[in-house]
Write a new protein. Structure first.
Length: 196
């Protein structure tokens, strides 16, 4: 892991109750929910959202100027697929909905200059609004890496991020990087993964 400043977010509990540590510019999240709980959560979200669904609109109180970096999502999926196949798992494909979800969270983190799965809504609510309430889903965040190769190396070196990339049920991914030059970490990454 590269030396450097660490984000200030403390360790937190994942939605499953497991420990989630904030590492070098990294933050993992994973969620699997029993069918009854997912159904109730989806019904509650629809009721709270006025049946219109939640929006991926940025929060109005953000301050840092950002710019989205154009990534080769197909190359990212190929790299993650090769890694998964080395571990006896199925490859993944790029999903435009997951790219949008990743861009939303990378942008929220960039505008706020910090790593958090809670900025812009909880991980569970964001995944439900992206139509993933009934799917395995996981999210890896990172800040500071300049290249796809660097961020993938960091995620592979982190036990929790690596575990997310190797969830057997994962079939689709979305990845995004949003830059915020005026912030401490400059570059914010999000990888959202989901089952079929």
């Amino acid at each position: 892991m590269a030396n450097g400043p660490r984000p200030s977010e403390p360790a937190a509990l994942s939605p499953q109750g497991g420990r989630r540590e904030a590492g070098d510019f990294l933050e993992p999240a994973v969620r699997t929910v029993p069918i009854l709980t997912r159904t109730l959560a989806a019904a509650l979200l629809l009721a709270l959202a006025g049946c219109g669904g939640l929006s991926f609109t940025p929060e109005p109180s953000v301050e840092n100027a950002t710019q989205t970096t154009v990534l080769d999502e197909v190359a990212a999926a190929a790299a993650i697929s090769a890694y998964r196949v080395q571990h006896g798992l199925s490859p993944v494909i790029v999903d435009p909905t997951l790219v949008k979800a990743a861009a939303f969270q990378a942008g929220n983190n960039a505008r706020n200059g910090q790593l958090s799965h809670e900025i812009g809504g909880s991980f569970t609510s964001r995944m439900a609004s992206a139509g993933l309430a009934k799917s395995y889903a996981a999210e890896n965040l990172s800040a500071g890496s300049e290249t796809l190769e660097q961020v993938l190396a960091r995620w592979k070196a982190s036990p929790e991020h690596n575990r997310n990339m190797l969830i057997p049920q994962i079939r689709r991914i979305g990845i995004a990087r949003v830059d915020a030059p005026g912030t401490r970490y400059k570059r914010f990454w999000a990888l959202v993964m989901a089952g079929a």
